[in-house]
Design a binder for this molecule. Structure first.
Ligand SMILES: *[C@@H]1O[C@H](CO)[C@@H](O)[C@H](O)[C@H]1NC(C)=O
Ligand SMILES: *[C@@H]1O[C@H](CO)[C@@H](O)[C@H](O)[C@H]1NC(C)=O
Ligand SMILES: *[C@@H]1O[C@H](CO)[C@@H](O)[C@H](O)[C@H]1NC(C)=O
Ligand SMILES: *[C@@H]1O[C@H](CO)[C@@H](O)[C@H](O)[C@H]1NC(C)=O
Ligand SMILES: *[C@@H]1O[C@H](CO)[C@@H](O)[C@H](O)[C@H]1NC(C)=O
Ligand SMILES: *[C@@H]1O[C@H](CO)[C@@H](O)[C@H](O)[C@H]1NC(C)=O
Ligand SMILES: *[C@@H]1O[C@H](CO)[C@@H](O)[C@H](O)[C@H]1NC(C)=O
Ligand SMILES: *[C@@H]1O[C@H](CO)[C@@H](O)[C@H](O)[C@H]1NC(C)=O
Ligand SMILES: *[C@@H]1O[C@H](CO)[C@@H](O)[C@H](O)[C@H]1NC(C)=O
Length: 894
C-alpha cells in the first residue's frame, strides 16, 4: 500500500514536468484538467494531464451519448486544436538514439457537437506518420509507431489538412531495448496499420497490454473465423535469448488452429492511402502449446502471398516463442496460408501476428543543438505563434521568424532568426549563443533588458545583429564592437535604455548621435548660429525618428502577416471581380483589392497555369510568405486554384521608382530622397542575400521593381519568384532571365548566377537615380549607349554636373553624388568578384547620406570643380580601371 502511494507520487512528480516516469513510460490522458492524474484500474498505469507536453489547444469532454460503461476513462475527453496548421506534443527527457514505441489514441465521441468525423495527419517529428481518418464517432482508434529518437525529444504533431479539427484522446510513449524490432533504425520506422496486432485464438475481445506485455503493446483478438479452434496452454511460453520481438507469454499461450490441414486468410488494403508503393512488415508468431505424442507430427509451411517463408518444413517448438518475419511489397490483396505437410498428423497453428507499414525517414530534423536552443527560447519567452514541433522541418511548417538551411543529407541549421516585435521580455538568454550557425539575428523592437551578452560575439557566422528598440543597457562587448568596426558584423543598437560603446562614457545612445553631429557642425561655424542649427537638427532628427517608426512599426507589419492561400473566388471578391487594373507585369495583370481588414493589396494574376510547375510555385510561394523585411514588398498570400495562379502583395500606393524618375506626373525626387530609396532597396537585397539560405537572388532588379510607400520608403518587389517561375516555365531555360540594360554580362555569358548579378543590376538602378536616364540611352536612331558608359565618359572628362539629373536643380552635395556614382560603377564591374557585396553597398550608401546631410545647415557647393576628395576614396578601393569601359559595352545592352 505504502509502496503504491510512493510510486504514485513519484510518477506524478515526474510527469507534471513533462518527463517519463520511473518505468520510462509517458502516459497522457489528453483533455483532463491541468495537473490532474489518475490510475487506470486494469493496467495500473498512471495517466496524467498534458500540462508540460503541449502549449496549444483546448480541452473538451465527449458527448454523453458516446459514453459506454466499458469505455476507458481516457476516451472521455479530448484536446482539440482549432488554430494553426500544426500543433505538437513534445516528449522530452528521452535518450537520443534509443528506440521508442509511441501510441496516439483517438475517440471522437462528438466532443464538438458537430457530428462530423474529421480527417487529419499525424507526424512523428518532421516525418509523416499516418493519416487519422475517424471512421465512426463511437470507435476507439489508435496508431502505433516504433522509432529511433534522433534527439532527446520526440514531437508528435497533428496537422490540419482542411478536413476537420485535429484532436487527440491519449498519447503514450514506451521505451524499447535497441535490439528489439531491428527493422527500425535511424532511417526507417514501423507504423502499425489499422491496429493490426493480434492475439490469435481467443475470441472474447479482451485486449492484452501492460503489465502482461511489459512494452504495453495492445494485442487485440482476431475477428472470429467460424472454423478456427482455440488451443491454449497454462505454462509460460518462453522467449529465446536471441528473440527480437519480445512477444509476451500471455499472447503466446493461445493459438488458432483448424480441424483441416490448412489455415487460410486474406485481406485487402484497409486504407486507401496505402498502396503498392508502400512496403509492409509482417511478423507471425508460433509456439507449440500441446504436448505432442511421439507418433504425432505438427509440421507446416508458411506461405505469404504465394511465397513460402520457411526453408524447411516447420515444426513449432513446445512452449518457446518463434517468429517468422518479412517485408512485403504493397499489393491489391494479401494472403496467408499455413499448410500442413504430407507427413503432418496435426493441423497448423498460429499464435499471434503483427503487420506494420514501413515508413522511411525522409525528412531530416533540425540540428538537435539548434532545436533545443529554439525550444528553450520558446519556453523562456512564451512565444506562441506556430512555435511547436521541429523548428525547421518539414519546410512547410518551419517556425515563423526562422530561416533555415537544408543541406542535403544533413540536419537543417538555423541561419537567421528574426524575432523583431515578438514581445520578448527579460534578458537575452544564453540559448541565443547556442544557435551557432546563425548569420542574422534581429531582436529589435522587443522589451529585452539587461546587458548585451558577449556570447553573441562568439557566434562564428553572425554578420547581422539588430538589438535596437529594446531596454538594454551597458557596454557593447568588445568582440561585437571589433567585428562591427572591422566590417564583419552589421550591428544595430539604437533606441535602447542606455548603451555605450565603451564603459567610461555611458550615455543615452540618442544623445551620443546628436553629440557627434554637434561636433561636426559647430566647429566651422560661429557658435551662436550653431545653436540654431543644432536645435533645427534635433527637431529634424526627432521627426525623422518618428517617421521611421510609422513605416516600420510592429502594428504595420503584423497587419500584413496574413500569409495564406486564397481561393480564386476570394480573389474575385477582394478585387471586385478584377475591376481595377493597376499595372501589368511579366507575370500578368495586377489588380487593386481590399482585404476584409481594409488593407489594400495588389493581386497579380496568371491564368494560364501549366499543370507542371504548380507544385514548385506553391512551395516557393509558401516559402516566400514567411520572408519579411521592411524593404521587401510583403507577399501576403497566393492562390493556386485549378488553373489560376495568383499572388497577393501589400499594395504600394506610390507606384514604382521608374515612374518617379521618368514619369511626367510626380514631383521630382530630391537627392536625399533618392539616396534613402537606394539605401532601402539595398537593405532589401542585402536581406535576400544574407538572411535567406540558400541566398535568394532576385535576378530582376530594376527601377520598375522598386516600389514606394506613401512617405517614399522603398521596397523591393517580385523577389525570389523569378526562380520559382523560371524553374517551372520552359521558355526561360534557353536564356537568362532579366531585363535588358540590367543584366549581368557574366551571367549572360556563363549562365552562372550569383548574388553579384543583383549587385550589377542595383548599380544600374543607382545610375538611374543619379542621372534620371533609362539604362539604355538612345543617342540616335540606331545607336544606343549604356548609362554606365555615359556616366564613365563624363567622369573621365570631369564633367559630373552634366550627367546629374537636371530635375534635382543642383540641389545636392557633389561629393555625395560622386561617391554614389563611383559606387554604382563598382557594382557594375564586368567581373563579378570585383563587385562589392550588398552589405558593402549599404555601408557606402550610408556614407553618401552622411555627406549629403552634412551639408544641410550650410550652403550647397554648386561649384563645377571636380571634388579632390576622390583620391581618398580611391585609396580604399584600390584600382579602378579600364574594364568599366568593357562593362558598359557588355551584351546586356544589345
Ligand atoms: C501545474 O503544476 C506546475 C508544476 O508543479 C505548476 O507550475 C502549475 O502552476 C500548475 N498548474 C495549475 C493550473 O495548477
Ligand atoms: C469534463 O467533465 C468532468 C466531470 O465529469 C469535469 O470535471 C470537467 O470539468 C469537464 N471538462 C470540460 C472541459 O468540460
Ligand atoms: C476516410 O475513410 C472513409 C471510409 O472509412 C473513406 O470513405 C474516406 O475516403 C476516407 N477519407 C480519406 C481522406 O482518406
Ligand atoms: C535501416 O534498415 C534498412 C533495412 O534493413 C537498411 O537498408 C538501412 O540501411 C538501415 N539504415 C541504417 C541507418 O542503419
Ligand atoms: C473440430 O473438432 C473438434 C473435436 O473433434 C470439435 O470439438 C470442434 O467442434 C470442431 N470444430 C469445428 C469448427 O468443426
Ligand atoms: C496467389 O496465387 C493465386 C493463384 O495462382 C493467385 O490467384 C493470387 O492472386 C496470388 N496471390 C498473390 C498475393 O500473389
Ligand atoms: C516424410 O517422412 C519421411 C520419413 O520420415 C521422409 O523421408 C520424408 O522426407 C518426409 N517428407 C517431408 C515432406 O518432410
Ligand atoms: C574582425 O574582428 C573579429 C573580432 O576581433 C575577428 O575575429 C575577425 O577575424 C576580424 N575580421 C577581419 C576581416 O578583420
Ligand atoms: C574603448 O576603450 C578601449 C580602452 O579602454 C580603447 O582601446 C577602445 O578604442 C575604445 N573603443 C571605442 C569605440 O571607443
Amino acid at each position: 500500500m505504502d509502496l503504491c502511494v510512493v510510486i504514485l507520487l513519484f510518477c506524478v512528480f515526474h510527469l507534471i514536468h513533462g518527463q517519463p516516469d520511473d518505468l520510462g513510460f509517458i502516459s497522457i490522458d489528453c483533455g483532463i484538467p491541468v495537473n490532474s492524474s489518475y490510475q487506470d484500474p486494469s493496467s495500473k498505469i498512471i495517466y496524467v494531464s498534458d500540462y508540460g507536453y503541449v502549449t496549444s489547444g483546448e480541452n473538451r469532454n465527449i458527448s454523453s451519448v458516446y459514453i459506454r460503461p466499458s469505455l476507458a476513462k481516457r476516451n472521455l475527453n479530448v484536446r482539440f486544436f482549432q488554430h494553426g496548421a500544426r500543433n505538437c506534443y513534445a516528449l522530452r527527457s528521452l535518450v537520443a538514439g534509443n528506440k521508442y514505441f509511441v501510441r496516439a489514441l483517438f475517440y471522437y465521441g462528438n466532443y464538438d457537437g458537430l457530428d462530423k468525423l474529421p480527417v487529419f495527419d499525424l507526424y512523428m517529428g518532421a516525418n509523416y506518420w499516418h493519416e487519422v481518418n475517424i471512421s465512426a464517432a463511437g470507435a476507439v482508434k489508435w496508431m502505433d509507431i516504433i522509432v529511433v529518437a534522433p534527439a532527446d525529444y520526440l514531437h508528435v504533431c497533428l496537422v490540419n489538412k482542411g478536413m476537420g479539427t485535429p484532436f487527440i484522446s491519449g498519447l503514450d510513449l514506451r521505451p524499447l531495448r535497441i535490439t528489439l524490432y531491428p527493422e527500425v533504425n535511424a532511417s526507417q520506422s514501423l507504423v502499425l496499420i489499422s491496429s493490426n496486432r493480434f492475439n490469435l485464438g481467443p475470441t472474447d475481445n479482451r485486449i492484452i497490454r501492460y503489465p502482461l506485455d511489459p512494452h504495453d503493446r495492445l494485442w487485440s483478438t482476431y475477428d472470429t473465423i467460424p472454423n478456427w479452434n482455440e488451443i491454449s496452454a497454462t505454462s509460460v511460453v518462453q522467449n529465446y535469448v536471441t528473440d527480437v520481438y519480445d512477444v509476451p507469454s500471455a499472447v503466446m499461450q493461445n493459438a488458432a488452429s483448424v480441424n483441416g490441414s490448412r489455415i487460410d486468410f486474406s485481406w485487402g488494403p484497409v486504407d486507401p492511402s496505402e498502396n503498392i508503393s508502400s512496403s509492409y512488415f509482417f511478423v507471425f508468431y508460433f509456439s507449440e502449446l500441446q504436448n505432442v505424442q511421439s507418433n504425432a507430427v505438427r509440421q507446416f509451411d508458411i506461405i505469404v502471398n504465394n511465397k513460402t517463408w520457411n526453408t524447411q518444413p516447420y515444426t513449432p517448438r513446445f512452449l518457446f516463442a518463434d517468429s517468422f518475419s518479412g517485408i512485403v511489397q504493397g499489393l491489391a490483396s494479401y494472403s496467408v496460408s499455413l499448410v500442413a505437410t504430407e507427413n503432418a498428423t496435426l493441423p497448423p497453428i498460429l499464435n499471434a501476428m503483427e503487420m506494420y507499414l514501413v515508413e522511411p525517414i525522409t525528412e531530416i530534423a533540425t540540428d538537435s543543438g539548434d532545436a533545443r536552443a529554439m525550444m528553450s527560447i520558446q519556453e523562456n519567452f512564451g512565444v506562441e505563434k506556430n512555435w511547436m514541433g521541429d523548428p525547421c522541418a518539414p519546410k512547410a511548417f518551419a517556425w515563423i521568424g526562422l530561416t533555415c538551411s537544408y543541406p542535403p543529407a544533413h540536419a537543417a541549421r538555423i541561419t537567421a532568426l528574426n524575432v523583431s516585435s515578438f514581445g520578448l521580455a527579460g534578458t537575452i538568454s544564453t540559448d541565443f549563443g547556442d544557435l551557432n550557425a546563425l548569420q542574422y539575428l534581429d531582436l529589435s523592437n522587443n522589451n529585452l533588458s539587461g546587458t548585451i551578452p558577449n556570447f553573441l560575439g562568439r557566434l562564428p557566422f553572425l554578420i547581422f545583429l539588430d538589438l535596437s528598440s529594446n531596454d538594454l543597457h551597458g557596454t557593447i562587448p568588445d568582440n561585437l564592437l571589433q567585428k562591427s568596426q572591422n566590417g564583419t558584423l552589421s550591428l544595430r543598437v539604437g533606441n535602447n535604455a542606455n548603451i555605450c560603446a565603451n564603459g567610461t562614457a555611458c550615455g543615452s545612445s540618442r544623445k551620443k548621435i546628436n553629440g557627434a553631429l554637434l561636433a561636426a557642425i559647430v566647429i566651422p561655424i560661429v557658435a551662436v548660429i550653431a545653436i540654431f542649427v543644432v536645435l533645427f537638427l534635433l527637431l529634424r532628427q526627432k521627426l525623422k525618428g518618428k517617421d521611421k517608426r510609422k513605416t516600420t512599426g510592429p502594428e504595420d507589419e503584423s497587419a500584413l502577416l496574413e500569409n495564406r492561400e486564397f481561393s480564386y473566388r476570394e480573389l474575385k471578391y477582394i478585387t471586385s471581380n478584377f475591376s481595377q487594373e493597376i499595372g501589368k507585369g511579366g507575370f500578368g495583370a495586377v489588380f487593386l483589392g481590399y482585404l476584409k481588414n481594409g488593407n489594400s493589396v495588389a493581386v497579380k494574376v496568371r491564368s494560364d497555369s501549366s499543370s507542371q510547375g504548380g507544385k514548385e510555385f506553391l512551395a516557393e510561394a509558401q516559402h516566400l510568405t514567411r520572408i519579411h523585411h521592411k524593404n521587401l514588398v510583403s507577399l501576403i498570400g497566393y492562390c493556386k486554384d485549378k488553373n489560376h495562379l495568383a499572388l497577393v502583395y501589400e499594395y504600394m500606393p506610390k507606384g514604382n521608382l521608374q515612374d518617379h524618375l521618368r514619369g511626367s506626373t510626380s514631383k521630382p525626387l530630391t537627392w536625399e530622397q533618392r539616396l534613402h530609396i537606394a539605401l532601402d532597396a539595398a537593405q532589401g537585397l542585402e536581406y535576400l542575400h544574407i538572411a535567406c539560405k540558400p541566398a535568394l537572388i532576385h535576378r530582376d532588379v530594376k527601377s520598375t521593381n522598386i516600389l514606394l510607400t506613401t512617405d517614399l520608403g522603398a521596397k523591393i518587389a517580385d523577389f525570389g519568384l523569378t526562380k520559382a517561375f523560371s524553374d517551372s516555365k520552359t521558355h526561360i531555360t534557353t536564356e537568362p532571365a532579366g531585363t535588358m540594360g540590367y543584366l549581368d554580362p557574366e551571367y549572360f555569358r556563363s549562365y552562372h548566377i550569383s548574388e553579384k548579378s543583383d549587385v550589377y543590376s542595383f548599380g544600374v538602378v543607382l545610375l538611374e537615380l543619379i542621372t534620371g536616364r533609362p539604362p539604355v540611352i538612345p543617342v540616335s536612331d540606331s545607336v544606343n549607349v549604356h548609362v554606365g558608359e555615359w556616366v564613365q565618359q563624363s567622369l573621365d572628362h570631369g564633367t559630373m554636373e552634366s550627367i546629374v539629373d537636371a530635375r534635382m536643380v543642383g540641389d545636392y552635395d557633389i561629393n555625395s553624388v560622386w561617391k554614389a556614382a563611383d559606387l554604382a560603377l563598382h557594382c557594375k564591374r564586368e567581373v563579378s568578384r570585383e563587385r562589392p557585396t550588398m552589405a558593402e553597398v549599404v555601408a557606402q550608401l550610408k556614407e553618401c547620406l552622411e555627406l549629403e546631410n552634412r551639408l544641410d545647415g550650410r550652403q550647397r557647393s554648386l561649384g563645377s570643380n571636380f571634388p579632390r576628395e576622390r583620391g581618398a576614396l580611391e585609396a580604399e578601393e584600390e584600382e579602378q580601371g579600364e574594364d568599366i569601359q568593357a562593362v558598359a559595352a557588355g551584351p546586356a545592352m544589345r
